[in-house]
Design a protein around this ligand. Structure first.
Ligand code: IMP
Length: 431
């Protein structure tokens, strides 16, 4: 298959960064199509850790990377990330990184509004990453957003900024009880950044189209996860973009017929950062153990992730919504040493069994997990490289996931390093 989309099936943090980095070897182009620096993709190469928030993970494989029109970009963070990667010896010049002219800019007022709003909401807060993601997407939809194409046209930029800031400052001061921002400071800061970023900015829809027509293979790197999708997730405890595979086409500016395979990344258990219902959440020592062993801290905010058992009601939902052609199971090694494992196969809602993920958040919050119990394994599987060498109970756990989700497992990851992986089917090299 030529072009592959990689998406998270749960609430993000499934380990997409490692898989994108690994499979990027077979791709020519790697594209991010939504989200911004709310994402944090962790990769470990030759024992060294890299975290990227905006630049697609394919950069470590030396691939040409694209920031799609569907993204919201904080230019300050992007420049810091370019510098960070360059310091580590990774080439991130304009020949390796292309930014869509249509991608939206996160402005200082987006961050200020995000933070002040969350603070005001108190216990009702969404638990956002505080990076200004939601307020930036709001402006995009309200048709007053500033894009990279505006950044390169200073007159346009200044005019739009001044109009926006008048309204934002009123809102910040009078509703959010926060400080107003100075337009001239923002103009100067963004002008400087515009000079550095200008060579990266491009009409990437055309570049991708031409590339695909001439046989380039493209990987689309999703951020967050299916249940954080603005339409299909646990609204309002979601991010502000469409995280499902269908948005790969829209957020990159290509036609959907170019998407050939869709891989869903599944962590072997479930985690969530931020607020919102979580049916299989564990509040006992098993949850603590998974949190510690899995080093479940957010790569962006450092927050402790909430942990729970694998939930196949969610996975079936993700398989349908994304049209998954295969699954990638990550962090399987973390479950080692547990006597028994549980998989949630349905929800008990006031005595009624639900097999489909409910749309009502009230219903979801009232659901209790219905579990199937499977034997665990005591062995450390992180050194295993072949499926047949996995303990029988590990294989049984994997087979049960395949049966329950009706989706084949293509890749199994047993550690953060590139080599700690079993590729059963490479989506790029098999039909
Ligand atoms: P926002 O995307 O910063 O607006 O945050 C909205 C919700 O999505 C919060 O619950 C965040 O914790 C969550 N979120 C955003 N990005 C990620 C991610 O990359 N991984 C996991 N959760 C995320």
């Amino acid at each position: 298959m030529a072009n592959i989309v990689i998406v998270g099936t749960q609430w993000g943090d499934e380990g997409k960064g490692k898989i994108v980095d690994l499979l990027a070897e077979h791709a020519d182009y790697v594209v991010r199509f939504q989200g911004g620096n709310n994402a944090g993709h962790t990769m470990v190469v030759a024992g060294e850790q890299f975290i990227s928030h905006l630049v697609p993970s394919g950069i470590l494989q030396g691939k040409t990377c694209f920031i799609g029109n569907g993204m919201v970009v904080d230019p300050e963070v992007l420049l810091e990330e370019i510098d960070y990667l360059q310091k580590k010896g990774i080439a991130v010049g304009p020949n390796k990184l292309r930014i869509s002219e249509r991608a939206h800019l996160i402005m200082p007022y987006h961050k200020a509004i995000d933070l002040a709003r969350e603070q005001m909401k108190g216990a009702q807060k969404i638990g956002t990453t505080g990076r200004g993601i939601g307020p930036c997407y709001e402006d995009k939809v309200a048709r007053r957003g500033l894009r990279f194409i505006d950044l390169l046209d200073q007159d346009e930029f200044q005019e739009k900024l001044k109009v926006n800031l008048e309204e934002k400052n009123f809102y910040l001061q009078n509703f959010l009880q926060s400080k107003p921002l100075d337009p001239m400071e923002i103009i100067q800061q963004y002008q400087k950044m515009a000079e550095r970023l200008a060579p990266y900015v491009d009409n990437i829809s055309v570049t991708l189209y031409d590339g695909i027509r001439t046989g380039r293979r493209v990987m689309f790197e999703g951020a967050q996860g299916t249940h954080l999708d603005i339409d299909h997730g646990t609204y309002p405890f979601v991010t502000s973009s469409n995280t499902v595979s269908g948005n790969a086409a829209c957020g990159a500016g290509i036609g959907p017929k170019e998407l050939n395979g869709i891989l869903g990344i599944v962590k072997a258990y479930t985690t969530r950062v931020g607020s919102g219902p979580f049916v299989t959440e564990l509040f006992d020592e098993i949850g603590d153990r998974i949190q510690k062993k899995g080093a479940e801290f957010g790569a962006t905010t450092g927050r402790k992730r909430r942990c729970g058992w694998l939930d196949v009601v969610m996975l079936r939902n993700a398989s349908r919504l994304n049209g998954l052609t295969g699954l990638v199971i990550t962090k399987l090694d973390v479950l080692g040493g547990l006597e028994t494992l549980k998989i949630c196969t349905g929800y008990d809602y006031n005595g009624t069994r639900l097999s489909d993920f409910p749309n009502s958040l009230k219903v979801l919050a009232a659901c209790k997990p219905i579990y199937e119990t499977l034997p665990g394994w005591s062995e450390d599987i992180s050194g295993i490289r072949s499926y047949k060498d996995l303990p029988e109970s590990t294989r049984a756990y994997l087979q049960r996931i395949e049966v329950l989700t009706e989706t084949p497992i293509d890749i199994i990851s047993v550690g953060p390093g590139r080599d700690e992986t079993m590729i059963l089917k490479n989506p790029f090299t098999t039909k």
